[in-house]
Design a protein around this ligand. Sequence first.
Ligand code: 5GP
Length: 179
Amino acid sequence: MNNDIKKILIDEDSLQAKVKELGAKIAEDYKGKDLLLICVLKGAVVFVSDLMKRIDLPLEIDFMAVSSYGCDTKSSGVVRILKDLDKGIEGKHILIVEDIIDSGLTLSYLIENLKARGPESVEICTILDKPDRRTANINIKYTGFQVPDEFVVGYGLDYAEKYRNLPYVAVLKEEVYSE
Ligand code: 5GP
């Protein structure tokens, strides 16, 4: 798998240090509040499992799956809920945990959808942000790293469902896409 990597953008140590920092900040901000982390499948799985261990609060976690990219590298703009939350979220403080925010279209749909369910608050925590490509106007409370306008894989992010298990964030060699 390492042979497919063109360059590493964010190494494992930097990711872990950032997650620790974000977790501490979140714990401080949500002290005494009823916090529910919502992990957006599948990309945010790696991040949320590291992050939740760094938030020293009695939090809950739930999962949602929405359609975004297929095997392509561009957003379709079509958002469908493939898996919904297990329970209602009335009165809870929601923190949506994302892998990457690109156009922001997926997330802006998700935020509106969740707000309509009566939570106390809805905020966003993403490990990666690609601000150059933003078209939706969204407010991100916690960001790990900004990345350039390149297609990245690893730390939960896939290309055609592969490379999610890389412990770092990387760019693939061009030839991988033409195989
Ligand atoms: P948006 O709606 O913000 O354009 O897209 C968000 C989703 O697209 C992310 O949750 C992620 O699944 C996917 N995505 C956006 N940029 C990248 C990227 O550079 N690499 C990978 N693997 N997925 C991406």
